[in-house]
Design a binder for this molecule. Structure first.
Ligand code: GLU
Length: 386
């Protein structure tokens, strides 16, 4: 259905197993967008934390010196993920261009606007999560307006989720990074978070030093003890386990929106569903980022740049499609998915990869993902599912 598409992750925890699960997630997520993108994922256990710009540049260049032979605008198109943002994409693209000596802008997405990037890509993942959560709440006769919200993380996804939640009238009271979390009962001062994280690249701890109404707590687990109506995990996989889910439910949270890739463990998902918590699953809720990446690729192919409104309009189409129940029925995989997951088709079918047995999952993957899946088959699908 299109070139492999997904982010690159630079984080010390990266290993084959993590990239494999992210790749699987990406296949389903990308298929939901209905856009011409297959799924893929990549990365390195390189730790960017504490590294200078120059060190980051050198790593990106070395990484691309090998990666360039495996990717291309019609082959595999990486973007960012944890530890890879606009700066890294710039260094990676520079090296790719140096090696290939060609204007292959479509080889990476999340690029700067001066060399083929798309308006709205930076905001897309975070905004998309809140749009999805708001749709889900609307169906339940609620809205995010006036709700107290906890959003974990402090990267690109979390920052723009906070922005959109605040724009829609929510009060965001807590955020975190991998060292600890902050609680600000006055509501998170987002420009201050952006100054600390995006410009100074410091720890979230700094926020409490500069904002008297805020408290900092060491370790990020405690963020789930902060009382909230809506919880949006935007940090990383498995950040909410069963124990956290119990605390969240006890605190009266009625909706959870998965911003990160698979942030809730299977046990946590089951617990939320059992307790009637509304759950926006990552594969649908965070697909706005990669959907806008696909729009960036289209612009690169056309050698045109759309206005924000043009991108937004197309993005809106995608949004509506992801929400329309019968959209899921459009292709083979999703039809098969429906057969096995009968209850609450709208949300549960998205968990198709987690809830089906490995044999059925295997069949689905071969039927749908074809060549991409064959790449992964050797790695034993069973590990992922049962
Ligand atoms: N890393 C993001 C994701 O998990 C974005 C991928 C992309 O834009 O290709 O979907």
């Amino acid at each position: 259905i299109g070139p492999y598409k997904g982010g690159l992750r630079f984080h010390p925890s990266v290993n084959l197993s993590i990239i494999k699960f992210l790749g699987f997630e990406q296949i389903f997520k990308n298929s939901l967008t209905g856009l011409p993108i297959g799924g893929g994922k990549g990365g390195s256990d390189f730790d960017p934390k504490g590294k200078s710009d120059n060190e980051i540049m050198k790593f990106c260049q070395s990484f691309m010196t090998e990666l360039y032979r495996h990717i291309g605008p019609n082959v595999d198109v990486p973007a960012g993920d944890i530890g890879v943002g606009g700066r890294e994409i710039g260094y990676l693209y520079g090296q790719y261009k140096r090696i290939r000596n060609a204007n292959d802008q479509g080889v990476l997405t999340g690029k700067g606007l001066t060399y083929g990037g798309s308006l709205a890509r930076t905001q897309a993942t975070g905004f998309g999560i809140i749009y999805f959560v708001e749709e889900m709440l609307k169906e339940a006769g609620k809205t995010i307006n006036g709700q107290t919200v906890v959003i974990s993380g402090a990267g690109n996804v979390a920052i723009y989720a906070v922005k959109k939640a605040q724009e829609l009238g929510a009060k965001v009271v807590a955020m975190c990074d991998s060292s600890g979390y902050i609680v600000d009962e006055d509501g998170i001062d987002l420009p201050l978070v952006q100054q600390i994280k995006e410009i100074e690249r410091k720890r979230i701890k700094e926020y409490a030093v500069r904002k008297p109404s805020a408290k900092y707590f060491e370790g990020n687990k405690g963020i789930w003890t902060v009382k909230a109506d809506v919880v949006i995990p935007c940090a990383t996989q498995n950040e909410i386990d069963l124990n956290d889910a119990k605390i969240i439910v006890e605190n009266g949270t009625f909706a959870v929106g998965e911003g990160a890739n698979m942030p809730c463990t299977n046990e946590a998902v089951e617990y939320f569903l059992e307790k009637g918590v509304l759950l926006a699953p990552a594969k649908a809720a965070n697909a706005g980022g990669v959907a806008t990446s696909a729009l960036e690729m289209s612009q690169n192919s056309m050698r045109l740049s759309w206005t924000f409104e043009e991108v937004d309009e197309k993005y809106d189409n995608y949004k509506q499609r992801v929400h329309r129940k019968n959209f899921y029925l459009r292709n083979g995989l999703q039809e098969m998915g429906f057969k096995y997951v009968e209850k609450d088709v709208k949300y549960e079918m998205l968990y198709v990869g987690k809830k089906l047995s490995s044999k059925v999952y295997d069949e689905l993957m071969v039927a749908y993902a074809g060549p991409v899946y064959h790449k992964f088959r050797d790695y034993q699908a069973d590990e992922l599912i049962d």
